[in-house]
Design a protein around this ligand. Sequence first.
Ligand SMILES: NC(=O)c1ccc[n+]([C@@H]2O[C@H](COP(=O)([O-])OP(=O)(O)OC[C@H]3O[C@@H](n4cnc5c(N)ncnc54)[C@H](OP(=O)(O)O)[C@@H]3O)[C@@H](O)[C@H]2O)c1
Length: 284
Amino acid sequence: MILVTGATGTIGVEVVRQLAERGEAVRALTRDPAKARVPEGVEAVRGDLRDPDSLRAATAGVTAAFLLRPPGPDEGQDTAVVAAARAAGVRRLVKLSAVGTGEPALGPFGRWHVEGERAVRESGAEWVVLRPSTFASNTLSWAGAVRAGEPVPNMTGDGTSGVIDPRDVAAVAVRALLDGRHAGRTYTLTGPAAISLPDQVAVLASVLGRPVTARNLSPDETRGFLRTAWGFDDAQAEAVLLSTAFVRDGGNAVVTADVPEVLGRPARAYREWAQAHREAFSAG
Ligand SMILES: NC(=O)c1ccc[n+]([C@@H]2O[C@H](COP(=O)([O-])OP(=O)(O)OC[C@H]3O[C@@H](n4cnc5c(N)ncnc54)[C@H](OP(=O)(O)O)[C@@H]3O)[C@@H](O)[C@H]2O)c1
């Protein structure tokens, strides 16, 4: 039995789908099983990373677990789920972390997964750490602006990232869950190229067959945008500003061969993701 946490989110849905497709026994953790849509044969169980009792029940009888936490500071959630998994005898842990983890210049975002990585490495279980780069799916947040013909906000200038398709992150996670040869590895998962926001905008324009534009935001405009559009407080906005400066200054311009090494094929390009999601950006 494989437990998938974060099973209803961007990566988790794909991990569950790909495991189920292979005929694996899967348990999908969610705070609300009544709302979760899981493939046939998958067991949706109630669990909350902030509720250790629920984690004890969810990990019973599990052999391998995919550990994904929602974005944000850890606050003991990773340690709690690792402790529950070990108490239940789970033998293999695959932890979703993030590129740049432990990098001081990244600010608070660089600290979100430090404790969780340590917890799985010191757990005594077989462990794999996955550090994906920026998800291609983050650009779904532009869909409203693109549909309305408005510019998308650019907080990272010409800084590049190894943008990765969530399906590839999930595919690597599935290999790591099923194959012990990945034990002890920390993979930095990227797409095939380091691309900037203007590069992504140009790909979207080409896929949609109409103009898509971007507007550079100054740090002050970024603060204002984060407050009004995303409801961020000052501390959250300052954390975003540090991370966007990190990207703008080239800190995230990382491309690795880890996806092709694990999957035996090239990583998917942003264009492929955009083609699969063109509907989201199309009016009507
Ligand atoms: N976006 C990026 O570019 C990027 C890049 C690198 C790494 N990451 C990392 O990826 C992770 C986010 O992955 P994602 O985008 O797939 O997540 P997501 O789409 O935001 O989904 C979050 C998931 O967490 C679950 N969840 C939320 N609070 C929970 C709680 N208290 N207890 C149990 N489950 C809870 C939600 O399930 P329910 O609501 O059903 O309970 C949902 O399945 C973060 O750790 C982030 O640091 C993101």
